[in-house]
Write a protein that binds this ligand. Structure first.
Ligand SMILES: Cc1cc2nc3c(=O)[nH]c(=O)nc-3n(C[C@H](O)[C@H](O)[C@H](O)COP(=O)(O)OP(=O)(O)OC[C@H]3O[C@@H](n4cnc5c(N)ncnc54)[C@H](O)[C@@H]3O)c2cc1C
Length: 462
């Protein structure tokens, strides 16, 4: 008997309950479907990561991963029929597109006398499980975190050793064009000019976790806001693709202050997934619809030109520009800097958060609809448990506070590399400002006043 394991954002063999369940039925055929609908909205950085991760998964399966391009509702039932699998195993997806896609696949399989069997999810606790006493979901993180901690999560499962892989019959795949690429038939999507700071794949994820535990976790609570230090785990892309499960991480955490603080960040990930599952429209529209008003935001060609300058990291504010260049060159950005660049776009430039969120999704290797749209809404002040709309980050004081010696800025802005110390955060104040770096595109003090007056107008109108 063959079972089909449909990998999606769970590209690992260890602690993979769906894979463990598939292995109980006999031989397992591992399948990944390159869905054109998802490929179209993933940027090159995310696709590069995906390609490397699939290669790593394929290696750990001794070359037996079947990768096909096509619509999952066509490909998955057809492959299940071809190998005579009565069940297709996968981890549940609670996102807006993923749940629609899975419903369509389940319908096709059921019509054919087969079943789609979800086991587990990408989260420590699946969306929908942490509930208030009255059965409704949480809108505010702190009580969610309390409920989440009390609910608890399962221990990691031992799934890697128990699988007998079936070798795919590539001749049967002819009707769904195999992606072009290297000898293993896996897509070759590496992006010239992109310098991924980490290796993708399960082995790299597990190594990264052990390294972080040994070096930075003890001081995580005090260094997690410092982009100039290696203070955070950089596990977000590994978690995004399920190369390691959050439960694997949670099982290793004790009650030290670093571990407690790290556990809280993992809970944020579950909170945002829960919010998105309950409010699918919040992927692109504000949780508080008043904030979608045209009163707040600029549009037109001048706004478009400003948006382009922001994407290129040429705002003239070094802390913002370093973040945008880090994003462009590495596919990743530190959380503190994400908050500052997002605030600059929404509040200094008055450009809607969803334009910035879309840019992030194109550039980030960890681009995740829930974390990204909720992160942006937190900054914009329009989420359920957001920063107050009147909090407007000052890009200079944020830089001076969280990159005190200017090392982070100099790392990503070579044109400022000759400026020593924290003066790098305000190059326009130097006796001779660098000729090849722009002056500030807006005066932050005036931009702040304009944003506050627009927020006041919005409040008066609603
Ligand atoms: C505007 C904006 C956009 C964002 N977009 C994304 C995104 O697309 N994908 C993404 O994974 N994260 C996103 N985040 C959250 C956060 O910035 C990243 O998860 C974090 O920077 C990843 O680095 P790390 O793995 O070193 O984090 P660590 O500090 O080591 O945290 C460990 C893990 O906890 C989770 N986590 C940490 N902070 C948050 C948070 N604020 N919200 C939700 N989960 C969190 C992540 O999975 C992270 O890998 C966004 C935040 C903002 C402000």
């Amino acid at each position: 008997m063959t079972a089909l394991m449909w990998f999606r954002r769970d590209l690992r063999l260890h602690d993979n309950p769906a894979l463990g369940r598939a292995a109980e039925s006999g031989e397992v055929l591992g399948l990944f479907v390159l869905d054109p609908a998802l490929v179209a909205r993933s940027g090159a950085a995310r696709l590069s990561w995906l390609a490397a991760s699939l290669r790593s998964l394929n290696d750990s399966m001794a070359g037996r991963l079947l990768v096909l391009r096509g619509a999952p509702a066509e490909v998955v039932p057809a492959i299940a029929a071809q190998v005579g699998a009565s069940a297709v195993h996968m981890a549940a997806d609670h996102g807006p597109y993923g749940s629609r896609r899975d419903a369509a696949v389940a319908d096709r399989l059921t019509a054919d006398g087969r079943a789609l069997v979800p086991t587990g999810s990408a989260y420590a606790i699946a969306p929908g499980r942490v509930r208030k006493a009255d059965g409704t979901g949480y809108k505010v993180f702190t009580p969610f975190f309390r409920g989440w901690s009390e609910h608890g999560w399962r221990a990691p499962v031992d799934s890697a050793g128990m699988v007998r892989w079936r070798t795919p019959d590539s001749s049967g795949a002819a009707s769904w064009s195999l992606p072009t690429g290297d000898a293993a038939g896996l897509p070759c999507l590496a992006l010239p000019g992109l310098d991924l700071p980490l290796d993708a794949g399960e082995t790299a994820a597990r190594c990264r976790w052990q390294e972080f535990r040994a070096t930075s976790l003890p001081s995580y609570d005090s260094t997690r806001d410092r982009p100039d230090l290696a203070g955070t785990s950089m596990l977000s892309s590994h978690l995004r693709w399920g190369e390691i499960h959050p439960r694997t991480l949670l099982a290793d955490l004790d009650d030290s202050s670093g571990a407690q603080s790290f556990r809280r960040q993992l809970a944020f990930r579950d909170f945002y997934a829960d919010l998105l599952a309950r409010n699918p429209a919040s992927a692109t529209t504000s949780m508080d619809p008043a904030f979608d008003s045209a009163i707040l935001y600029r549009s037109g060609s001048a706004a478009d030109a400003d948006f382009e300058r922001w994407t290129r990291g040429e705002t003239g504010y070094p802390f913002v520009d370093a973040g945008m260049r880090q994003l462009q060159h590495t596919g990743w950005m530190h959380n503190r800097v994400r908050m500052v660049v997002a605030s600059f776009l929404v509040k200094d430039l008055l450009i809607p958060w969803w334009r910035g969120a879309d840019w992030f999704m194109r550039c980030l290797t960890d681009g995740d609809l829930a974390n990204n749209s909720q992160g942006w809404q937190w900054v914009a002040g329009c989420g359920t448990d957001a920063a107050p709309y009147f909090r407007i980050f000052n890009p200079v004081t944020q830089g001076r506070k969280f990159d005190p010696a200017g090392d982070y800025v100099r790392r990503y802005l070579p044109e400022l590399s000759q400026i020593t110390g924290s003066a790098v955060h305000e190059p326009w104040r130097l006796p001779t400002p660098p000729a090849d770096y722009p002056g500030p595109m807006v005066d932050h003090r005036l931009a702040r006043e304009e944003a506050l007056s627009r927020y006041a107008a919005l409040r008066a109108a609603t």
